[in-house]
Design a protein around this ligand. Structure first.
Ligand SMILES: [Zn+2]
Length: 165
């Protein structure tokens, strides 16, 4: 295996942590009838005790300044710093339609996996799409997340810190 193969392999998205997915679904339900939206960030699999190369989606970064209503959640693009290494995005469709809208397709180029969660927000009410808006498989991985407390208690200071890189 060459070096390039190794680099690509290590950037592979293995899946999403079960706890992170559940958090996103709960947040979507809490936001209803408004849309919930965030960016997906990952952790190296070996840091989670998995004997594999690749990334597991473990964090959701909700960008301050998201304007949300029942029709659409629009992130002010000037709020997104270039150095936020998002693997993709997650947002909810309060109307329950698990398909990307035309507006969604326009934003999916940024990042490689995009999750849509829909009402009524059961554990199965979500689908993953690639940057072209095609259905893609996203494994749900049962891993122990580090720093769970911080993850659930995201303060503005944490976000500022995160955005500064
Ligand atoms: Zn959408």
């Amino acid at each position: 295996m060459g070096l390039l193969d190794a680099l690509f392999r290590s950037n592979e998205i293995l899946g999403i942590a079960e706890e992170t997915l559940e958090f996103a679904i709960e947040s979507s339900e809490a936001a209803h009838p408004d849309e919930y939206m965030g960016f997906l960030r990952g952790t190296e699999a070996d840091q989670l005790g998995l004997d594999r190369d690749g990334l597991v989606i473990t964090d959701i970064l909700v960008i301050p300044g998201t304007e949300s209503n029942s029709v659409s959640a629009t992130v002010k693009t000037n709020q997104i710093p270039n150095d936020v290494k998002a693997l993709g995005s997650v947002h909810s469709h309060p109307n329950g339609v698990l398909r990307p809208s035309d507006a969604d397709l326009g934003t999916f180029g940024r990042g490689s996996v995009h999750i849509i969660i829909g009402a009524p927000y059961r554990r199965t009410d979500w689908k993953a799409f690639d940057s072209q808006g095609q259905r893609t498989t996203l494994n749900v991985i049962d891993v122990e997340l580090p720093e769970t407390e911080e993850f659930f208690d995201f303060t503005q200071a944490d976000i500022d810190e995160e955005l500064r890189g």
